[in-house]
Design a protein around this ligand. Structure first.
Ligand code: ATP
Ligand code: MG
Length: 359
């Protein structure tokens, strides 16, 4: 079995998901596909950010627990191999909470509130003025989720790039204040100059922002516009049929920048067919949305079928998922504790060696 230490010579990456629902096609194209590609060449850490789900679903902690487990099943279905990648729960890594407190001092309050992703989330999720203090704090917490693992790269969708920018700022500031890295140092030189943290780069997937079936918003767990990895073939067909394009007839010139055509380009693997569909649609050459939707649904089902088969092995088998998570948390704590010890030493916090272990 590969372990975190056996992987330690490989470049490290960290990314993850919030358990606000199960995973959808946006997760696959934006981040998970990339993770599967990198899992053998990189030392991979995948965090289930369950504490962050409490920012908006506090009253539904039973659902957060269920979704945390479902996401692990989705990972396994999508081809993440727990023998080489470490899958773990945020709430089981105390170093993350400790780093969040310290990092909160490195970021101006107004800088957190200016984050465009946070603003969009407040609007889209209808949080109004009533969101908890913990909601904006999650942006700070995310810097700790990432930096606790000192990764070089973070495979994420486009919407996460502003969060990652905040993480990069925290890493630079920590290295400058506590490790005496020159403020003009290049990002790539921070660790050779004595910084604890590499400055991690965003690694945006094949499609940085997949639209939802509403034809307007980003496909999102919270917006009821998603095609899930766990959807049946019938559900996929039904949802694809619902995609809104606004086009009325097969002879109307269509807009190939609409969501339906984003799906055509993303999921139909035959490049010549994609080009043919684009040409016909743009001209209104007697090709109806209904027909294109059938082809798109078939292509999505071809992608999902092997995932459904893999998923079936883990359905109803919670013990196996728990074993994977527990082993992942143990491995993740080794790395995060090492980061925390280095941080405390550099930040002049008195501390003694400690080890975390499950009984
Ligand atoms: P929520 O609605 O709760 O914010 P979400 O569907 O946006 O959920 P997250 O857990 O916030 O999912 O995102 C996990 C990862 O998947 C992030 O890297 C994010 O950028 C990526 N991602 C999510 N939705 C999409 C999408 N539609 N297209 C591309 N990437 C996406
Ligand atoms: Mg999101």
């Amino acid at each position: 079995m590969s372990t975190a230490s056996a992987n330690s010579n490989k470049p490290r990456i960290l990314t993850g998901d919030t358990p606000t629902g199960s995973l959808h096609l946006g997760h696959w194209v934006g981040s998970v596909q990339r993770r599967v590609e990198l899992q053998r060449s990189h030392d991979c850490y995948f965090i289930i950010a369950n504490m962050h789900a409490y920012t908006t679903r506090l009253a539904k902690s039973d659902e957060i627990r269920r979704d945390s487990i479902e996401i692990v099943r989705d990972y396994l279905a999508m081809g993440i191999d727990p023998e080489c990648a470490t899958i773990f729960l945020q709430s089981e890594i105390p170093a993350i909470a400790e780093l969040t407190f310290l990092f909160a001092m490195l970021i101006p309050f107004n800088r957190v509130m200016r984050n465009p992703t946070l603003k969009t989330e407040i609007e889209l999720k209808g949080l109004g003025e009533t969101y908890s203090f913990g909601f904006p704090l999650y942006a700070v917490g995310q810097t700790a989720d990432i930096l606790a693992f000192r990764p070089v790269g973070v495979p994420v969708g486009e919407d996460q790039v502003p969060h990652l920018e905040l993480t990069r700022e925290v890493a630079r500031r920590f290295n400058q204040i506590f490790c005496h890295v020159d403020e003009h140092a290049e990002d790539a030189d921070h660790t050779t100059l004595g910084g604890v943290f590499p400055i991690p780069r965003a690694d945006v997937g094949k499609v940085g922002r997949l639209g939802g079936i509403d034809g307007v918003n980003k496909m999102s767990k919270s917006l009821n516009n998603a095609i899930y990895i766990s959807d049946s073939a019938k559900e996929v067909e039904k949802k694809v049929k619902k995609i809104f394009t606004g086009r009325q007839t097969a002879t109307e010139a269509g807009d190939i920048n609409n969501v339906l055509f984003q799906y055509v380009r993303t999921f139909i693997t035959d490049a010549a067919r994609v080009q043919e569909l684009e040409e016909k649609y743009a001209k209104g050459d007697n090709i109806g949305d209904g027909h294109i939707k059938l082809e798109v649904a078939a292509a999505i089902n071809a992608l999902l079928e092997p995932m459904r088969e893999r998923r079936a092995k883990y359905e109803g088998n919670e013990d196996l998922v728990m074993e994977i998570l527990k082993a992942g948390c143990a491995r993740a704590n080794i790395v995060a504790e090492e980061t925390l010890a280095r941080v405390k030493s550099k930040a002049n916090l008195v501390s003694w060696p400690r080890a975390l272990a499950y009984v």
